[in-house]
Design a protein around this ligand. Sequence first.
Ligand code: PAF
Length: 296
Amino acid sequence: MHIFQRIDEARSFCSRARSGGTDIGFVPTMGAFHEGHISLIRSCREENETVMVSIFVNPAQFGPDEDFVAYPRDLDYDAGLCREMGVDAVFAPSVAEMYPTPQTLSLDFGGLTSDLEGRHRPGHFAGVGLVIAKLFNVVGACRAYFGDKDWQQLAVVRRLTAELAFPVEVLGCETVRDSDGLALSSRNAYLSATERQSALGLYRSLRVGSDKIESGERSRDAVEEAMALVLAEVKGLSPDYAVVRDAATLMPVDFLSGDLRLLVAANVGGTRLIDNLGARADRPPPLSTLGEGVRA
Ligand code: PAF
């Protein structure tokens, strides 16, 4: 397995692979691997001839009060796992390699990032967009794998890819959860045992919301209220948002229909956690949920 630190080395490796006729699968990461990353790399390995994984803690996506310095880093461990999984090349550049000069370009995703995580973390998605644009420029034509767990990030990457015409197929992979439902995240490492129990409220809230939609509720307010109630009842958890949005645009939909995404965020101790779940509202709601006037 190759480990490249320089852009030119990683780029020529990918070009050579393509000119040899193989397709490239790419998994961008910030390291600190957990089962979630492993399942992305596994899917990538199964579906592509050449597999490239990047490991880079991207300073541009951390706010001044966020955990850039404390973010867990263990390149040897992560590279070891890559080797075991049959990854062909790891790209692990330094900050100076990725950002050799002060960055003047700034990406704006408009309404897609003005709410939810974007509201809470100003500049975060501009930083994600920037590093993904650079990485896609290094790797070139490929299939790129991202976790559904960061749903707004996935929407940003899809928008970036479409608007800048990157020759990249973006694939979202299902969130990996512990047996109790907690979505895996590198930040779970910060949770004490009690905080971890409180963190389970996020998934409970999503399930309550999706069950309501499943059983015919079509009012956004009613679903969001039910989700918020679950979060409010959990000791040690301070909720930020609990919403239902259009799955692709992330815009609010009053009468729930089509592909939806339920999204929650909350602080547990000093740790901010996010989670989301898909739901579809394409069947007519059961008659029992409609007002008297519309019954036959
Ligand atoms: O999800 C992540 O790990 C990061 O945001 C990403 C996509 C690797 C960009 O730094």
